[in-house]
Every structure is written in structure tokens, then in C-alpha cells.
Ligand binder design. Structure first.
Ligand code: ASP
Length: 454
């Protein structure tokens, strides 16, 4: 039996947390491949190690030294090591590694930044291996390059290359417990490249898929995934089981407990994902599986994502104009803008985009090009919107979900600006003003969950 277990930054923020993580690892001999993040926040106003490293690198790139941020990051490891009474040499070698990273060549700023960012995970993995060794367990730090975690050459947003799976397949042949740093791998040219933020989830999923693990355990700081964001709905229902598709839809729209890019590798290999709480390992957690046969309710969760905008255009007889949609999307592609949804009518089309993908100067260029190329009667950009997703596999077989959802929103005086439903019927999307987001989520939660557990 083989489990891949990943521990997030909040599970590794203090020496006490690291102790708990090591207790969990050693409690089950099936936990043989461990993926770790960098130490996260110890309290709400704290700074994650990764953010300290990003600040240090940014300072250096701006011609300053960045030494104080780097020293702060080193201090985090020093505190953890002191709490665990580890030998000082361990921290000295971590300090040396960070200092070397900071002093690296900055000619390629993206690669420099990624090497700095990766240091948080890399040194954390070395530290955990040493803690386990000090406890008498055979544990080894494994470098992603040696293991074969090959990624695309896209610093800060890398993707796994298909050949990586074949190489990583051999990880279980290594003796003892493998401690693998999350968040980064290597490009074919041998450069360190990182995934997008929160990417240690992706590392764990790739390893779990490559070795065909029995389960991918994702240890975090909550007892389970909840049916709605607890900061919007008080005491939301815990979700005991979810399908991959449901989790994908929920994490896409704001459920940050699991990175949305981390589902693909486990989905392809059909490895179940178990979301668990490091601080409460006895809690049941949430299982993400191919199919859920036991659930009685059609909706499993309600997610919301703010800061989106809508590019709207209308043109009489648009439906007869061949290539209109393609040309519109090509304009966005030309500006390197990815879009989220494209709801359309016969004579109008809207493109929903995350606001940070459409800064003001790009908006100006896009609108101008739309005017020139497509000659619409009307083109406008509305900002300050949010997307609400009602998610559940059971919606496919249930009549009246849209009526219930729209009724609930109407009863709460929320004006729906956009509605979209993918043909797989796993989710229904509503676009409303950001100011109405909380009210909308509360209304939908009340409609689909009040008095029920999913
Ligand atoms: N440490 C990285 C971040 O903060 C990656 C991770 O935690 O998964 O984004």
C-alpha cells in the first residue's frame, strides 16, 4: 500500500506543527512519499516564507540587497529548529543556501525569482528529512531534478511535461520515506521553475498520479471542505465526498482548500484525494473520488469569485456573421488574455474575464480593436462583478434547480446580470455585482442546504 501525503504551509509554520506532521507521517508505514510546502503563517498577520523570499528577490531585482527579508526567512527555520532542538549545523546550511540563492545572477529576472521562491520548499524538505532521521526513521530528501520532475519553461506558472510521469514512476523504489519539496521542478534546460502560487498541491498530485498511489492525502488546516465559504455563511455543512468534477468547479471559483490545477493528474490516474486536517487527523475530512453514489441532494456547494469583469458587445445579425466569435477571442488572445465564460445571445456576446487579466491599458486597446475589427453597435466593459457557482453532479437529473436558484436570488433582491450553464450540468454560473456577493451566496445556501447536510 502506498500513500502520497502533502502537508501545506500552515501545517509547517512552527516547530510544534512540524512535530505533529512527523507524528502523522510515522503513524502509517504506507505514507512513503511526502510532499511539503514552505512554512506558512503562524498567525493572521504573519508573512509566509514564500512571500518573504519574493520580497527579498524583488528588492534585489530593484538594485537593493534584499538581505533583511532573506534573514527573516532564515529566522523562521531557525525558530523551528530551536523548538525541535535540532543541531545548529542544520540551520547554518539552510542559511547558506538562502544566501547563495539571494546572490545568484539576476540577468534573467524570472528565473532568479523562481530560484528564490523554490528555496522555501526545498529547505523545508531538507529539514523534515532531518527531523525524521533524528527520530530514527530512514528518510531522504529527494531533489525534483534527480527524481525527474520536468516542467515547461514558464517561470511562475509552469506545467508538468508528459515525460515526467515515466521518470517519477520509480520514486517508490527508493528506500525509506521520501521527502519531496513541493511547488517547483526543473525545465529541460535545467532551470528551477515553479508552479503558480499554492502549487505544492500540484506536486503532490503529479507524484500520486505517477506512482499510482492508493490515495493522495492533502493535509491542510481545516476539518473538511465546506459547502460554502465559512466567512460568508456561518457554520456551513461539511462535505464528506465530492467528485473530481465538482471539486474542479468549486476550486476554480474560490474554494482555495485545493489548487484547481492539482486535480488533473489524480483524475487521469483515478487516485482518490483525501483532504485532511493536520491539527485534527481524526476528523473524517473530504474524499474526492470519480463518482459519488450516496449523496441525496443535487447541489454540493456554492462558490463565489469576485473581481471579474464583462466585455459586452452587440451587433444586429451577429448570429449570421461567420467567424465573429473567433475574431473576438483572437483579439483577446493577441493581448494574452485568458477568458472564463462566454455567455451569448443571438445579437450579443459577453466575455467574462478576471479583472487582473484586463488592466486599464489593455482594456483600452481591446475595446479599440473590437471597434475596428468587428464594428459592433455597442461595446462596453463592466467591472466590479462576481461569479457565483452552484455546483453538484445531481443537478443533471433534477428539474427546477435554476428556478430555485433564481427564485432565491430574486427574493433577496439580487439582480442577476449573467447566467451560464455548461452542457455537463455540473454547475450553474450567475454573474452579479460584487456588492451583492455575500447576500447571493447566503440566499443560495439557504435555498439548497438549510437544514440539510450534503
Ligand atoms: N509556498 C508556495 C506558496 O505560498 C507554494 C505552496 O504553499 O503550495 O504559494
Amino acid at each position: 500500500m502506498l500513500k502520497v501525503s502533502k502537508f501545506g504551509g500552515s501545517s509547517l509554520a512552527t516547530g510544534d506543527q512540524v512535530r505533529q506532521v512527523c507524528d502523522i507521517i510515522t503513524a502509517d508505514p504506507a505514507r512513503r512519499i511526502i510532499v511539503v510546502s514552505a512554512p506558512g503563517k503562524r498567525h493572521s498577520s504573519d508573512i509566509k516564507v514564500t512571500d518573504l523570499l519574493i520580497s527579498a528577490a524583488s528588492e534585489r531585482l530593484m538594485g537593493k540587497i534584499g538581505a533583511s527579508e532573506c534573514a527573516e526567512a532564515i529566522e523562521r527555520y531557525r525558530d523551528i529548529a530551536a523548538e525541535l532542538e535540532l543541531p545548529t549545523e542544520i540551520v547554518e546550511s539552510i542559511a547558506q543556501d538562502f544566501t547563495e540563492r539571494l546572490e545568484n545572477n539576476i540577468d534573467d529576472s524570472d528565473l532568479y525569482m523562481d530560484t528564490m521562491k523554490a528555496g522555501g520548499e526545498d529547505n523545508c524538505a531538507r529539514l523534515i528529512a532531518q527531523v525524521l532521521q533524528a527520530r530514527g526513521f530512514e528518510a531522504h530528501y529527494v531533489n525534483p531534478m534527480d527524481a525527474g520532475l520536468l516542467l515547461s519553461d514558464e517561470p511562475g506558472n509552469a506545467h508538468v511535461l508528459p515525460e515526467a510521469y515515466n521518470r517519477l514512476r520509480h520514486l517508490p523504489d527508493r528506500p525509506g520515506i521520501t521527502i519531496f519539496p513541493g511547488f517547483f521542478g526543473y525545465s529541460s534546460e535545467g532551470h528551477v521553475v515553479t508552479f503558480s502560487r499554492g502549487g505544492s498541491d500540484i506536486t503532490g498530485a503529479i507524484l500520486a498520479g505517477a506512482v499510482r498511489a492508493e490515495v493522495y492525502e492533502n493535509f491542510t488546516d481545516v476539518d473538511s471542505v465546506f459547502a460554502a465559504n465559512p466567512s460568508i455563511v456561518s457554520d456551513p455543512a461539511p462535505i464528506s465526498e465530492l467528485t473530481y468534477r465538482e471539486m474542479r468547479e468549486l476550486s476554480y471559483a474560490g474554494f482555495s482548500v485545493f489548487h484547481d490545477e492539482a486535480l488533473e493528474p489524480v483524475y487521469r490516474a483515478m487516485v482518490p484525494v483525501h483532504i485532511r486536517n493536520t491539527n485534527n487527523p481524526k476528523a473524517k475530512g473530504t474524499l474526492i473520488v470519480p463518482q459519488c453514489n450516496t449523496r441525496k441532494t443535487p447541489v454540493v456547494g456554492i462558490a463565489a469569485m469576485s473581481n471579474v469583469c464583462c466585455v459586452y458587445l452587440s451587433k444586429y445579425l451577429m448570429n449570421r456573421q461567420i467567424g465573429f466569435g473567433r475574431r473576438l477571442l483572437q483579439i483577446l488572445e493577441g493581448e494574452n488574455i485568458s477568458f472564463e465564460h462566454v455567455p451569448s445571445g443571438i445579437d450579443n456576446m459577453s466575455v467574462i474575464i478576471r479583472e487582473d487579466n484586463l488592466p486599464a491599458e489593455k482594456e483600452k486597446r481591446v475595446v479599440e480593436e473590437i471597434r475596428q475589427t468587428l464594428a459592433p453597435e455597442d461595446v462596453s466593459v463592466e467591472r466590479g462583478l462576481c461569479i457565483i457557482m452552484v455546483v453538484g453532479e445531481g443537478m443533471q437529473h433534477t428539474v427546477g434547480i435554476a428556478a430555485r436558484a433564481t427564485g432565491a436570488l430574486a427574493n433577496s433582491d439580487v439582480n442577476i446580470e449573467i447566467i451560464n450553464q455548461g452542457s455537463n450540468e455540473v454547475s450553474m454560473m450567475f454573474g452579479v455585482k460584487s456588492a451583492d456577493m455575500d447576500i447571493a451566496v447566503q440566499a443560495l445556501y439557504k435555498e439548497f442546504f438549510d437544514g440539510h447536510n450534503s
